[in-house]
Design a binder for this molecule. Structure first.
Ligand code: ADP
Ligand code: ADP
Ligand code: ZN
Length: 218
């Protein structure tokens, strides 16, 4: 999988971050999560963070110009030379067009766009049960992905965990609406370019990983 450039698409809470982290650790291609980048900017109190905070809490999308700037800067960093997995970007057609232009400028192209398909009915439970390690960021779920020892992070041993402010039942509807209205049009966009693959994201985590590895390798 060296040198691969992949986009993971799917609804909020669909498992993109979980899988992108596994692929990063297994294959050494870096995960680029725009959600993580924005949360870091909010925490650091930068201008981008100030713009993004309220929009994220409401479950709406941050303006394209901001997101394109964020990802353009990230893709230019040296660790991206070995390939990357985009998780949470692009989320609109203008973002996809900007990405195409960025890659073309570097004479690079995408290898695959993988839709992790999860029915809306599963999303509330996925999102409201989500939490992560405060120290290393490892992801967990109240029901589907518990730490081996209760209250202790498998990865780093920390006993502090955090929940995202936007992971509430109230924001799920807004976020799903944004996905269907603004992000789903990317599926035909990439289908027309012969890049789209779809996998079953409703399956257990290990099963989704297996499908992904097969899809990327094959
Ligand atoms: P996304 O990055 O698409 O928003 P996450 O990877 O953060 O989604 O997953 C959302 C929540 O669902 C997390 O708590 C994660 O542990 C859990 N999860 C991820 N994949 C699965 C799966 N295949 N089955 C059940 N739970 C999952
Ligand atoms: P999830 O996968 O659970 O929707 P993310 O961590 O990918 O969450 O994104 C969290 C929030 O950050 C989004 O609801 C949105 O407000 C903002 N965001 C992240 N990526 C983008 C993007 N590419 N375009 C616009 N907004 C974004
Ligand atoms: Zn940890």
């Amino acid at each position: 999988m060296k040198g691969k450039r992949i986009i993971l698409m799917g609804p909020p809470g669909g498992g993109k971050g979980t899988q992108a982290r596994i692929l990063q650790d297994t294959f050494g291609i870096v995960q680029l999560s725009t959600g993580d980048m924005l949360r870091a900017a909010v925490k650091a109190g930068t201008e981008i963070g100030k713009t993004a905070q309220k929009i994220m809490e409401a479950g709406a999308l941050v303006p394209d110009a901001v997101m394109v700037g964020v990802i353009a800067a990230r893709i230019a960093e040296p660790d991206c030379v070995k390939g990357f997995i985009l998780d949470g970007f692009p989320r609109t057609i203008p973002q996809a067009e900007a990405l195409d232009a960025m890659l073309a400028e570097r004479e690079l192209s995408l290898d695959a766009v993988i839709e992790v398909r999860v029915p809306d009915a599963m999303i509330v439970e996925r999102i409201t049960g989500r939490y992560s390690c405060a120290k290393c960021g490892a992801g967990y779920h109240d029901t589907f992905q518990k730490p081996k020892v209760e209250g202790v992070c498998d990865v780093c041993g920390s006993t502090e965990f955090i929940r995202r402010k936007d992971d509430t039942a109230e924001t799920v509807a807004t976020r799903l609406q944004a996905y269907h209205d603004q992000t789903a049009p990317l599926l035909p966009y990439y289908e027309q370019r012969g890049l789209l693959k779809t996998i079953d994201g409703a399956a257990p985590i290990e099963d989704v990983t297996r499908q992904l590895v097969e899809t990327v390798a094959g």
